[in-house]
Design a protein around this ligand. Structure first.
Ligand SMILES: Nc1ncnc2c1ncn2[C@@H]1O[C@H](COP(=O)(O)OP(=O)(O)OP(=O)(O)O)[C@@H](O)[C@H]1O
Ligand SMILES: [Mg+2]
Length: 328
């Protein structure tokens, strides 16, 4: 029996940056640099890493929202694209498949149309995918708002009349209302106060069990994914550097970068986070000229060999993968 719902193979996406410190030389940023993983049906799979490591680019590539340079993605037995074979799903088939692949965004305010009422926001997908007609759309939208903790009395309100946590509940109801199989949650709690974060994670956990959902959960904060995810992939500058079950990753982190993430105290506010850590131009330049491990210049365990040879992701123990010369 094949329980895999999503298969990502050798995904690559680069951006050519115009601004440059090196005269006229172009800077190529390998935002996603050969990423492969699978997600099982009903699993919650986390992508974790600092700002700019390629989490959102990976998610947008999987959802077929951007064109990639290389790789293959299969969802629920269908090929969304296979760059080697120059194969891509038709826009019509992709549009149908969007019902099964939903997304919850980081910023619940920016992602909700300010001119639409809560029930209209949730009802849009219901109408598009013909899941109800006429007044049935309103009733169904109300139902999903209530499931997500928004009283139906409030269904006529606009996004600005809700709190941040409530807005995120509307965003979740919008995704849930089309009865998807798979949800990408891209930093769904990063913009919320810590007290509200736990409520939203609890809601997602309840929905996951109630509707047998599969999640790709993106976060910069390992503490958030700890309570939600079955397996965790740690990303660094476009690569997965460690992949393990949540239990293994927390009890036995192996990659020096994972250890660093676990030791660091995350800054909770996203605006502060952006200031503290984003991919710097010097790192992009380093990445372009670097033939070895991308973590080399930050790694306290680095040896000479790490400078010249890229480490591949290898299985160290059952289900525990790591890309580090120290462990291979
Ligand atoms: N359209 C674009 N044009 C140029 N560079 C881009 C574009 N989109 C993303 N990037 C760059 O690609 C890298 C990966 O970006 P991405 O948004 O995937 O990171 P992320 O891990 O989601 O970060 P964050 O935690 O801040 O959301 C970053 O350096 C980013 O600046
Ligand atoms: Mg992102």
């Amino acid at each position: 029996m094949n329980d895999i719902i999503l298969k990502v193979e050798h995904l690559k996406k680069k951006y050519v940056l115009e601004r440059t410190l090196l005269g006229k030389e172009k800077l190529v940023l390998n935002a996603v640099d050969d990423v492969s993983f699978t997600i099982q049906k009903g699993e919650s799979f986390a992508l974790v890493g600092e700002s700019g490591c390629g989490k959102t680019t990976t998610a947008r590539s999987i959802l077929n929202l951007i064109n990639v340079d290389d790789g293959k993605v299969e969802f629920d037995g269908k090929t969304l694209f296979d760059m080697e074979k120059k194969d891509k799903i038709s826009p019509k088939d992709m549009s149908k498949l969007r019902k099964d692949m939903q997304i919850i965004f980081q910023d619940p305010f920016a992602s909700l149309d300010k001119r639409m009422k809560a029930y209209q926001i949730v009802g849009e997908g219901i109408k598009k995918h013909k899941l109800a007609k006429g007044n049935g759309v309103f009733k169904m939208a109300e139902k999903y708002l209530e499931i997500c903790g928004i009283d139906k009395e409030l269904a006529n309100r606009y996004p600005h009349e809700f709190s941040g946590g409530q807005r995120q509940r509307i965003g979740i109801a919008r995704a849930l209302a089309v009865q998807p199989k798979f949800i990408v949650a891209d930093e769904p709690v990063a913009a919320l106060d810590v007290s509200i974060q736990a409520q939203i994670i609890n809601l997602l956990n309840d929905l996951k069990l109630r509707y047998s959902l599969t999640f790709l959960f993106i976060s910069h904060d390992l503490r958030v994914v700890k309570y939600f995810c079955d397996r965790i992939a740690v990303m660094y500058l476009g690569n997965i550097v460690e992949l393990a079950s949540g239990k293994d990753l927390f009890e036995n982190p192996l990659h020096p970068y994972t250890k660093m993430l676990l030791e660091s105290i995350p800054v909770s506010h996203p605006k502060l986070r952006r200031k503290t850590r984003n991919l710097e131009e010097s790192e992009i330049i380093f990445e372009n000229i670097n033939k070895g491990c991308k973590f080399y210049n930050r790694c306290t365990f680095a040896k000479d060999g790490c400078k010249n040879k890229k480490p591949n992701l290898k299985e160290i123990s059952e289900g525990h993968f790591i890309a580090c010369h120290e462990h291979i």
